[in-house]
Every structure is written in C-alpha cells, then in structure tokens.
Design a protein around this ligand. Sequence first.
Ligand code: LLP
Length: 421
Amino acid sequence: MDHFLYRNGVLHAEDVAIPEIAAAVGTPFYVYSRATLERHFRLFDEALDGMDHLVCFAMKSNSNQAVLKIIGDLGAGVDTVSIGEYLRAKAAGIPGERIVFSGVGKTREEMRIALEGGIRQFNVESEPELRALNEVALSLGVKAPIAVRVNPDVDAKTHAKIATGKSENKFGIPIAKARAVYGEAAAMAGIEVVGIDVHIGSQLTQLEPFEQAYLKVADLTRALRADGHNIRRLDLGGGLGIPYTRSNEAPPLPAQYGEVIKRTVGHLGCEIEIEPGRLIAGNAGILVSSVIYLKEGEGRDFLIVDAAMNDLLRPAMYDAHHDIVPVIEAPAATEQVPYDVVGPVCESGDTFAKQRMMTPLGEEDLVAFRSAGAYGAVMASEYNSRPMVPEVLVDGDQFAVIRARPTYEDMINRDTVPEWL
Ligand code: LLP
C-alpha cells in the first residue's frame, strides 16, 4: 500500500495534489511519501519482531539525505556499498555502529575511512579483500568486524542483471570455501569475525530461493561454530520484490518473509540483519512528467514526455515495467488507446512503454510513473545534458524540495577548461 491516491480525480501524494508540486517545481521530478517510507520500514521491523535484529536500509536504492533521515530516525541501519554512501549516511545522522559496508571492490582508502569513522561490520567478498582489510586495521591499531559474504549458488529467479547468488556471479565467496576463509580470518590480528552475510539478488517474487539460501547459511553457522568461530550475527541481505503493476499477483509480504527467516535461522540465537532497499523505497516514490508532444507515427502514436532514460533508467536497462498513469483521471468509461511512451533522449532505448493502453492524453498533461522511489533518482544522469531530475518530499499536507534541479549554469560550470586550451 502506498500514499499516491486519486482524490476527486486528481493524483495526490498524501494530502498534496501533484499539479500543485508540478506548478512549483516544474517537471520532471521525483516525489516521495514520508508515510509510505515509514510504513514499509515498519513492516520489516515488525516482521522480525521477537528476534534481536536490525533492518539496514540498502541506501543504493535511494540515498537522498531526507529519505535517510526519515528511516534513520526510526532506528534503521543502512547497507552501504561505497564510502560515498557511508559518508552520506553519516551526514544524515546515522551512527557508524548502524552502518554495514558491502561491495566487491572496497579500496584500502575506503576501509580506512570506515574504520576511523566507526562501522558495524564489513561484509567481505573475497580473500584479497580480507587480507587488505587486515592490513589496514593493523596499521590503525584496531580490529575490523567482519562477516564473510557467502555465495550459496541459489537461483534467485529474477532478472539476470540483478541476480547475485549463483556461482557465476562476481559476488561473495563460494559457500564450499567458506570454512577455509573463516579459518584464515580467525588467524588475523586485525580481523574480528562476527557473522555470516548472504544476498542472492533483487526483485525476488518468491520465498523459496530465500529459504534455500538461509538453510545453507544455517548449516554453515553450525559448521563454523563447531570450528570454534563465534558466529553471532547473520546478515541475510535484501531482495524482496514489490508489485510493479496493480494487476499482477503481488510478491510475498515482509511478514511472510519474516516467517521464512524465523523458520530457517531463528533457532540459532543470532542477531539478524536484513538489507531491504526496493521494498522500502520503491512504492514510496513516483516520477512526474509532462507530455511534450503527441506524435502520430506509422501505425502507432508516440507520447513524448519530458522525462527520459537519464531520469529513470530501469525500463531501458532491465526492460522494467512501470505503471504510467494520468495525474488527472479521465472520466470513467473513457476508452483507452495504445501509446508508445518515450522520452526526448536520442536513443531508441529511451522508451518507457510500448503500446501501453492509457486514457487519451495531450500536450502539457501530467503523467506519473509509479514505483519509481527505488533505483530511480539514484541511477539518474545528465546524459544529453539534461540537468539532474529534482526530488520532492511530501509529509501530510506539506512538501519540500529535497534536491533542487541544477541550473544549466551549474551543470556547465562543473567542467573546467584548462587554461592552456
Ligand atoms: N544488499 C545488497 C548487498 C545488494 O547488492 C542489494 C541490491 C540490496 C541489499 C538491496 O536489494 P533490494 O532489497 O533493493 O532488492 N538497479 C536494479 C537493482 C540493483 C540491486 C543491487 N543490489 C534495479 O533497478 O532493479
């Protein structure tokens, strides 16, 4: 459930009419609902009720400072994958002891900053990384808390570009090698083993792959404990999918996911961490755009909107479906027509939808791309010299710009021309 609903035929974000924001900010823009963000965070928190746990928001899905503050104020941790994300989380007031550092390519410099600033744990993804972390920690005279990310070789049954838990993927250490790697880690003076980490992919719409992976983690926990390691924390990753269409059968709910966790690893007495991103932010945001032209093509009509693939990359990159709805609802019984919804960028891939059935639209009409709060603004670029799309936050009947649209000058002045040119 989200808070983007029609009232008297006008799409609202909570209590604010979308046209009101469009008039103030211009299009395109992202808008997020605080109530939806909070609701989704709480669903996970409640799903793990009764277990010692920390929900670490995967901030790669949405790293705006205001969004991080909302979630951080509810007690969330964050999963970060670069020192840029780490510093953003810190800037939003999230303390180091609630920040997890994941990713296959952490540099020594990133490790140093995180160790100096405070970190909950590093999710280590390879032996060379483990050795580098040991060296950096020793040079600072500290111990780095770690979980080893294991690759359980489980098929997440999701889009190939966002599946991470098969042995052919670059992520983690093969689970069969884990005992040897933990043995090596235990002997390192700069490393403190605290747990195990796993993450098998994103936009999972079934629970079974989680169940398979978590059962393997449970087995590994027992084996590592028998080897003498103090495994006290399990980071189970993120990945629970969201409904991208209203008509589709909805993916499982956080509560059902929580049941899987309790059933598979609940008896181990470990502190549980999860790293959801998409389910917290995805349906808490929409991208609002306006129609520039309606172009009659051969056998098809193109709805040319002012948002493009640089603003919302998912359709071009993953063939992702986003529902596209008019901001002003057409009267009931209005017949729908097929549109190819496209942006102004000079690539055929800049297509949001093909032959999408919609009520008729015309120039300057507003449309909203639903489910755009996760992996939307964070993946935006200035391709085609289109300034970065702004972000707006709604809270009840108030709204605020939480990232302003740069001016053309801002954009151009970021480059420097050497004086010798
Ligand atoms: N933890 C780790 C280690 C991850 O790599 C990811 C996502 C998450 C947690 C959060 O997964 P979520 O709960 O959001 O599914 N850009 C793609 C998604 C990439 C996901 C990458 N890793 C998209 O737009 O679909």
